[in-house]
Design a protein around this ligand. Structure first.
Ligand code: CTP
Ligand code: MG
Length: 179
């Protein structure tokens, strides 16, 4: 079981890491250009920037490629068992889905009246993953790794992981709030 869990986390790193890169690279032009939605609140808010969005995707792609190289060096076959193009589609789905889901989450937070950066449990920790899964489910590679058990495990451990990493980033003064 523990081994399956580690494998699930390893495969999901390209879905998890984009947000960390967004924290590091974000902060320039907001994706909603400061515009408001019909309810008078911001569409996404200042926490969703183009540099964060695309930096996050590129960062996740970088992480996945490093993982693939490490696997080959240490003779592990997870990502490296896939032909490069299949691997790349999966990683693209994970990274893009992750950042898109993150933005959709913010869109809903603003609609419910949560200010930028306020904690909205479950939405903050799982929307990105649901979108990453939705896009990845269109690739054949995803179904080589994920069955019911793996998906259920991911939905259970992701909120815990997400909160721990954010707490660490807060302690390292990379993030302003611990969630
Ligand atoms: N970030 C960014 N662009 C993105 C996603 C994140 O610039 N597309 C950066 C922002 O600096 C943001 C930080 O990463 O403040 C943390 O991301 P997140 O927690 O998703 O945003 P919040 O500021 O908490 O805003 P929200 O309430 O909309 O989630
Ligand atoms: Mg946040």
């Amino acid at each position: 079981m523990f081994e399956i869990l580690l494998k699930v986390i390893w495969i999901l790193l390209p879905a998890y890491t984009p947000n960390n890169f967004a924290v590091l690279l974000g902060g320039l032009k907001p994706m909603d250009f400061g515009k408001k939605f019909i309810d008078g609140r911001r569409i996404f808010g200042d926490g969703k920037t183009f540099s964060g969005f695309f930096g996050g995707i590129l960062g996740g792609i970088l992480v996945a490629n490093v993982q693939r190289v490490l696997e080959i060096l240490f003779n592990v076959r997870i990502f490296s068992s896939l032909p490069y193009n299949e691997f790349f589609y999966l990683v693209l789905a994970f990274t893009f889905g992750s950042m898109l889901g993150d933005s959709v989450g913010s869109f809903f937070k603003r609609r419910f009246g949560f200010e930028r950066g306020k904690s909205f449990p479950i939405v903050d920790q799982l929307t990105f993953l649901l979108f990453a899964f939705a896009f990845a489910s269109l690739t054949s590679a995803f179904w080589e790794f994920f069955g019911f058990l793996e998906i259920a495990l991911a939905l259970l451990v992701t909120p815990v992981l997400h909160l721990s990493v954010n707490f660490l980033a807060y302690k390292m003064k990379l993030k302003e709030v611990p969630w």
